[in-house]
Design a protein around this ligand. Structure first.
Ligand code: SPD
Length: 357
């Protein structure tokens, strides 16, 4: 009996020790830190095959978490609950993250593939010297539409969206800066406007758009347009490319009043546990072949010059998605308007959304 008790006590102690060790390795800097990275990316914004390839090449396991707006991403990183090793915010969010000391400076000696990036996308005002971020994809905001569903109609102005015969036909990307931005542009104001009277005017104009709005959605927007469940949508350019690959009746335009030029860059947040693994992942994504494959999967415009050489001419020469500098110079990049203004934009956006079904 004594031997039996001794045996069970030993089994219990060994199991307890093993449980403790496994738990330690999975939650502390031990296992999670060395062999895992957590990547925080927009939904539908990376080829899953590339994640497998990275894991195979490096032995580093990737945990992918997604977000659907810069605002949602910022809150999660500010809370610090998850140890994100790499995140992919847009320019104004990067500026804000720098301001709030949420980012780690990149070690360029660990990013030799940075040489593949076109100089046009380096050293931009939101991150001089690319101290904290390196380019992933870039693009514009515009209107994607199906002329066949609209009797051959074309779009070239934001104001076309307010036409009386577009009842329940328009789908909008769910983003406060995007939606308030195009309303401001339609009024010939800057999409970085901080004049509250102008912003109120933009919100009221958006409320007048309500009868034409079918839905305000995230990545589902692609399916709605591809399946011809809606004829018009306000989207990010790369989503339009993806839709047009699936349905060749669609066309995309950046309206004549102007629009947004945006840049999504890779960063290492202060929450990172595996800084070396994060650099390896970023450098992997900057590789020419990897970036070309990712571009073919995602549909967005790559800033990777070496990757562009590997992509079909009809993709990289399409000025709707790779607008040349003389066109991008006329577009506006979102500025970090500060917390108070950002909250004000969000409030107006929520007020507008409350008026839509
Ligand atoms: N489905 C991926 C969407 C990524 C879009 N990023 C655009 C950010 C513009 N501020």
């Amino acid at each position: 009996m004594k031997k039996l008790i001794q045996f069970f006590s030993t089994v219990f102690l060994v199991s307890f020790a093993l449980m403790f060790l496994v738990n330690y390795l999975n939650t502390s800097e031990g296992y999670a830190g060395r062999n895992t990275i957590t990547v925080f990316n927009w939904g539908d914004y990376i080829d899953p095959e590339l994640i497998k390839q990275f894991e195979k090449e490096t032995g580093i396991k990737v945990i992918l978490e997604t977000f659907d707006s810069n605002e949602a991403m910022l809150v999660k990183i500010q809370q610090g609950g998850t140890a994100y090793d790499v995140a992919i915010p847009s320019e104004y969010a990067i500026e804000k993250m720098k301001e709030e000391d949420l980012l780690i400076k990149l070690d360029h000696s660990k990013l030799p593939n940075l040489k593949n990036i076109d100089e046009r996308f380096l050293d931009l005002p939101f991150d001089p010297g690319n101290e904290y971020s390196v380019p992933y994809f870039w693009g514009t905001v515009g209107i994607v539409y199906n002329p066949d569903m609209l009797g051959g109609r074309e779009f070239d102005s934001w104001n076309d969206l307010w036409a009386d015969d577009l009842k329940n036909q328009i789908v909008l990307v769910d983003g406060a800066r995007e939606v308030i931005g195009f309303a401001l542009n339609s009024l010939h104001y800057s999409l970085n406007d901080t004049n509250k009277a102008h912003l109120e005017e933009a919100k009221n104009k958006l409320i007048r758009l309500q009868p034409n709005i079918k839905a305000i959605v995230g990545d589902e927007i692609k399916m709605l347009m591809v399946n011809e469940e809606a004829p018009v949508a306000v989207v990010w350019s790369g989503d339009a490319t993806d839709m047009m690959w699936e349905n060749d009746k669609l066309d995309y335009v950046v309206p004549k009043e102007g629009s947004n030029l945006w840049f999504d860059n890779m960063v290492i947040p202060k929450t990172a546990k595996n800084i070396d693994g994060a650099h390896k992942f970023i450098n992997f994504m900057l590789d020419a072949e990897v970036a070309a494959q990712n571009t073919e999967y995602v549909g967005y415009a790559t800033p990777n010059k070496a990757a562009m050489e590997l992509l079909p001419d009809e993709v990289v020469n399409d000025e709707r998605f790779y607008p040349p500098p003389e066109l991008t110079d006329k577009l506006e990049v979102y500025e970090n308007l500060g917390q108070e203004m950002l909250s004000y934009y969000n409030e107006l956006y929520l007020e507008f959304k409350m008026h839509t079904k």
